[in-house]
Write a protein that binds this ligand. Sequence first.
Ligand SMILES: C[S@@+](CC[C@H](N)C(=O)[O-])C[C@H]1O[C@@H](n2cnc3c(N)ncnc32)[C@H](O)[C@@H]1O
Length: 223
Amino acid sequence: MRMRRKKNLESRLNDCKNILFEIRSDDKNFSTAINNKAYFDYKEIFKNDNPVHMEIGCGKGQFVCEIAKRNPDINYIAVEKSANVIVQACEKAIEAGLTNVYFVKGGAEYLPCFIPDKTIGRLYLNFSCPFPKKKYANHRLTNKSFLKLYEMMLVSQGEIHQKTDNMHFFEYSIGELSDYGFTVKNVSLDLHNSGFEGNIVTEYEKRFSDLGQPIYRLEAYLK
Ligand SMILES: C[S@@+](CC[C@H](N)C(=O)[O-])C[C@H]1O[C@@H](n2cnc3c(N)ncnc32)[C@H](O)[C@@H]1O
């Protein structure tokens, strides 16, 4: 179901244009886009050479704004396909005066057109949509088709950090990551009772843990 675009959305997005890149509708034909790569120039975007980490499906930006605040020497690219929510994430970052976050509105599938190969040190997948129906498995952000894109973007020994409330999706992700050749480490089946320090609670994480659901977490490393 397509969400209705919020009132004033275009002008609000326009107010965020210094920190927001919108993948245009004419980029939506992947085969065309992939042949017309327009790589980001990180130096121009962030005005420094700091390492770059990424979150895909950043929602309203609570996680990325907090992690960027805590780590001013890391640059963050936050990707989200919904205009209604990414606008709120951008506004949060502007309000907080963050200069180390850059937002990309669009589907993760188009990232190889814009992200230079082997430049992302760590990728966060927080509470990605589980797409429980088997026929939509290829939309899951840990499906092997996405892992192939991540392999292109991640530096050697780059990392994926995943959190979810969905056990089946978590099991599926471990399977896909392992089959692809990632080393899966630091698996937690109940993050909030695991003694893990420095966790940043996302919007969805709060919602699910308030319902008493355990939070699953893993790290996966490119060999
Ligand atoms: C369940 S929400 C989680 C939001 C946030 N990470 C959190 O933990 O609160 C998942 C988000 O991923 C976005 N999303 C799903 N598939 C995507 C894709 N292929 N590319 C970019 N964003 C995507 C959705 O629009 C949605 O906002």
